[in-house]
Design a protein around this ligand. Structure first.
Ligand SMILES: *Cc1c(COP(=O)(O)O)cnc(C)c1O
Length: 389
């Protein structure tokens, strides 16, 4: 565990990695292995792949992946971490660890869409019910919890429509009924909110985003404080065969010392661009959790210390989708594509009615991911594209 008296930024650089004897260097070694050799049959029979000091097979972990897991658990304020080949694999690891036929799960209506697709699949094929709740429901979630409800997913904020939930209220209601809360904490990179302190049981991260920082790999993590919960998740991890490549694990570690600096730079750039957009007549609303009119802003203000590079806007309803598509096509520095956390700015228009209940008639939602370019250039890019509406 990293020393708690030092700041997050320092702890991202100073950790308790011990290099091999006689080879003092900062980077951890990249260990490639499928087979892991045992000194004798006795050692082979007694090895427990769940123990982070016992290596049994490459799929279950190497010194490289165990080092990354320890660092991620530390950043998030958790104790245990399991890596998965993608953020979505991390989500599915949680579902398959905790659910069986007859169970019920609750998901916020603004959940990352592939998580919703997975929830619907569990319902259609596995006899599990997946129900959706208003992301701003707060303590009202107590009314939705049934005796067979096993898991509540949360996302803070929803990564397209940006509502920030009241996590302590949801967690308190869940805890009172013995229901586990899993948070998709990708938006904050695990550094802008202390999710476990708010009562969350499980955190998933799409390391694909800020932790990678390079838009060049896919990986996920499941982090917990509770040892028994970690054991349950480890079984799911093992049964599903969720190994990750050593080189990718190394690339994530290489980016961690700059994680907070990059996150803060995305944050500053995004607020500058979002503030400029707020003053534009073409934009009906800017959905940025740090802005007072964002749904759930008061929760962001209470629970978060930063915001990263992601926010959305609603165009004025007088513009047709054809016009807003023309705007997105006219952008040059913002390119069209999913994901975030890399150096390049991205932009995606969403058809909200297709994924949300009761979204209603509103102008087109366009999501911006502000990269690490000079925000002045990004604003000029948006300005020239707005002229094409
Ligand atoms: C990207 C993302 C994921 C999934 O990550 P992948 O590595 O692309 O599978 C999960 N949740 C959120 C909020 C994301 O943005």
């Amino acid at each position: 565990m990293t020393d708690k008296t030092i700041s997050l930024q320092t702890s991202l650089i100073h950790n308790d990695y011990t290099p091999p004897a006689g080879f003092g260097a900062f980077p951890p070694a990249i260990h490639h292995a499928s087979t892991v050799l045992f000194p004798n049959v006795q050692a082979m029979r007694s090895g427990d792949w769940r123990e982070k000091n016992a290596y049994t097979y490459g799929l279950h972990g190497t010194p490289t992946t165990f080092t990354l897991e320890a660092r991620l658990a530390d950043i998030e304020g958790g104790k245990h971490c399991l890596l998965a080949p993608s953020g979505l694999a991390a989500i599915s690891m949680v579902d398959f660890a905790l659910l069986k036929t007859g169970d019920d799960i609750l998901l916020p209506d603004n959940i990352y869409n592939p998580n919703r697709v997975l929830g619907n699949w569990l319902q259609e094929s596995m006899g599990i019910t997946a129900r959706y709740y208003d992301p701003l429901i707060g303590a009202g979630i107590a009314q939705l919890i049934q005796p067979n409800t096993k898991l509540i997913w949360a996302e803070a904020p929803g990564s397209v429509s940006m509502e920030v939930p009241d996590l302590p209220a949801i967690c308190a209601a869940a805890k009172a009924r013995g229901v586990i809360v899993a948070l998709d904490n990708t938006w904050s990179a695990g550094i802008a909110v202390r999710a476990f302190d708010l009562g969350v049981d499980i955190v998933i991260q799409a390391l694909t985003k800020y932790q990678s920082g390079g838009a060049d790999l896919l990986m996920g993590a499941v982090i917990v404080r509770d040892a028994a919960l970690h054991d349950t998740l480890s079984l799911s991890h093992m049964r599903l065969g969720y190994g990750v490549g050593a080189d990718d694990a190394y690339l994530v570690m290489r980016g961690l010392p700059t994680l907070k600096l990059r996150f803060d730079a995305h944050d500053a750039g995004a607020r500058q661009v979002a503030t400029w957009l707020k003053g534009r007549p073409e934009i009906a609303k800017v959905l940025h959790p740090a802005f007072a009119d964002c749904p759930g802003h008061e929760h962001w203000k209470r629970d978060f210390t930063g915001a990263g590079g992601l926010f959305s806007v609603l165009f004025d309803a007088r513009y047709t989708e054809e016009q807003t598509d023309r705007f997105v096509d006219a952008l040059k520095l913002f390119q069209i594509g999913y994901s975030w956390g890399g150096p390049n700015s991205l932009c995606v228009p969403y058809r909200m009615q297709a994924s949300r209940r009761n979204w209603g008639e509103q102008g087109t939602l366009v999501r911006f991911n502000v990269g690490l370019e000079d925000p002045t250039d990004l604003i000029a890019d948006i300005e020239q594209a707005l002229a094409r509406l």
